[in-house]
Design a binder for this molecule. Structure first.
Ligand SMILES: [Fe+2]
Ligand SMILES: [Fe+2]
Length: 558
């Protein structure tokens, strides 16, 4: 903007000039220069002059045509006034009052609208008091000068307009990125805020890393605002692949959970078995075997109650499924009950298709209490993007997308997730990479996919999905990996669990350092620079923040 005004002023040898920008129904002063009065307001990175803006409309809503700048903008024309004091079309009372106050004499005015090619007027340029080269005499702006200034204004307006378009596009892109991050955070009430905090923490650590002048981090720096932006976008999008992770997997709390907890279905089968036992009892009584029937029923009932309690406990996933527990589960699963209804009614096309390999049994059909059936298995499409060699994924990919088998799920060794669901969780990073590598990022953002897609890799090569080695991992990638782990550790986690204290989190993170999962120098810097504490003070609950003796973790004080 400075260049436009100064260029036009120089071209016309004008004594003064003002640049206005259109904003919200007004023309706001951006820069004012007057050589004779030595006035320099705005420009050169200074805030614009705080003068009341020129309204483009009058109080009654009609266009403001009494002000020369406003009229120039409305009509999109240049207005060349040889002498303001001889001018009757416009209101120059303000100018005249200014002249009286300052002893100045505003005479010739050249007002040019700033109209970019293909766009609307964005502002106006006004030059005051033209002077012939090398003279102090005030003259009107000549038609040649007017043409030059108009050409310059058109070019400058286009440049400004393009800049504004670029800024608007950047703002839009940032907003869309934040919408994606917000949507992911909204998916799970337990991990909410993760995608928002990881970039914050990543930036804090990156800023410290840029200050380091010695050791392995000495050469690291982001040199341009674009590099910072690229890094920040990578951190914002680091988990964007989670949009593909079903909520039930993210928060799977019991083994039989799919969209709902299928323990209710299993419990209902126990109810059926108990009723069968009751019928047996009644039949025995009717046959005159009363005492034996009562005893058998009571024994059966106690057995069923106990067996259901065992199945329900398996479903919670709190206890390791030792081989004997799995055997017991399989034994209980073998109990049978009679199904009198067609199990292919009320099913979706997809469910029916999965049952095709199993011929319908004649009714009544014998069913086992628990089963792994072919229709529990959802196969992985062979053409899935995860198989695309171009992405160089090395993680083992389970054959099936899901396996909802009841025994299979209840037999899960630790936790509540099957191998397929565990992969589904980890697949978020694969999806992040697929999404971001397919995006047509401009050259200055070309490393976004790298920064976002490496936060589960480790220096020892044990990470996923590409099993990268230390040499493949850039400093920004290593920073995001630390931020990701630390945020997840410190987050309040499940509502029923007590959140970890700061010292506990730092200690766990130190194990990641010891195992060469994270960069040891960045970990040390994370502690010695106080980033861990500043972050904690900002985002952790006060009762989580306890004293941390960082000396026991830091190897290389910086
Ligand atoms: Fe992740
Ligand atoms: Fe993450």
């Amino acid at each position: 903007m400075d260049l436009i005004l100064m260029g036009a002023k120089e071209l016309s040898n004008a004594d003064g000039g003002t640049l206005y920008m259109k904003d919200d129904g007004h023309l706001r002063f951006q820069i004012i220069r007057n050589d004779s009065l030595d006035i320099k307001m705005g420009g050169n990175g200074e805030p614009p002059p705080s003068l009341p803006p020129v309204p483009l409309a009058l109080d009654d809503g009609t266009p403001n045509r009494t002000n020369v700048v406003s009229q120039s903008v409305h009509e999109q024309i240049t207005i060349n006034i040889p002498d303001a004091y001889d001018e009757g079309r416009f209101d120059f009372s303000g100018t005249k009052a200014f002249d009286q106050r300052t002893g100045y004499h505003s005479t010739s005015f050249l007002t040019v609208p700033l109209k970019p090619r293909g766009g609307d007027v964005i502002g106006a340029l006004q030059l005051i008091n033209a002077r012939p080269a090398g003279s102090a005499e005030i003259v009107p702006f000549s038609p040649e000068i007017q043409r030059f200034v108009e050409a310059l204004a058109a070019q400058a307006a286009t440049a400004l307009y393009n800049r504004e378009l670029l800024d608007a596009q950047e703002r839009l892109m940032d907003a869309m990125i934040q919408i994606i991050a917000g949507a992911i955070d909204a998916k799970s009430p337990y991990t909410g805020g993760h995608c928002e905090r990881v970039p914050e923490l990543s930036l804090m650590l990156a800023e410290e890393a840029c200050k380091v002048t010695e050791g392995p981090l000495a050469d690291f720096a982001f040199h341009t605002p674009e590099q910072w932006r690229e890094f920040k976008i990578g951190a914002w999008l680091h988990d964007c692949g989670k949009v593909t992770t079903p909520e039930y997997v993210v928060d799977k709390a019991t083994k039989l959970e799919t969209i709902h907890n299928r323990i209710h279905e299993v419990r209902m089968r126990f109810e059926v078995l108990l009723r069968d036992a009751r019928i047996e009892r009644l039949e025995a009584i009717a046959a005159g075997r009363t005492a034996a029937a009562e005893a058998a029923f009571e024994a059966r009932r106690a057995e069923l109650v106990e067996e259901f309690a065992f199945i329900a406990e398996c479903n919670l996933g709190g206890e390791f499924m030792a081989p004997e527990r799995v055997e017991r589960l399989k034994d209980i699963a073998k109990r049978t009950w009679m199904r009198h209804f067609d199990d292919r009614l009320g099913l979706s096309q997809e469910e029916l298709r999965r049952m095709e390999s199993l011929p319908a049994a004649p009714l009544p059909a014998m069913e086992t209490l628990l089963a792994d059936k072919p229709n529990h298995v959802i196969a992985r499409p062979k053409n899935a993007a995860v198989f695309d060699q171009a992405f160089r994924f090395k993680t083992r990919i389970p054959d099936n997308l899901y396996n909802f088998g009841e025994i299979y799920n209840l037999g899960i060794g630790r936790g509540t997730l099957t191998e397929e669901e565990r992969f589904k969780i980890n697949e978020h990073i694969i999806q992040t990479i697929i999404m971001l590598e397919r995006m047509p990022f401009p050259k200055h953002l070309s490393r976004v996919a790298e920064y976002a897609g490496t936060h589960h890799e480790t220096l020892s090569g044990t990470g996923y999905p590409r099993c990268l080695e230390a040499g493949d991992l850039s400093i920004p990638s290593r920073i995001t990996a630390i931020a990701d782990i630390f945020e997840a550790l410190t987050a309040s986690d499940r509502p029923y669990k007590k959140p970890k204290t700061l010292s506990e989190c730092v200690k766990i993170l130190s194990f990641f350092k010891k195992d060469r999962h994270i960069d040891p120098d960045l970990f040390d810097l994370f502690l010695s620079s106080g980033v861990y504490l500043r972050y904690a003070e900002r985002y952790l609950r006060p009762d989580q923040i306890d004293a941390v003796d960082i000396s026991q973790f830091v190897t290389r004080p910086s």
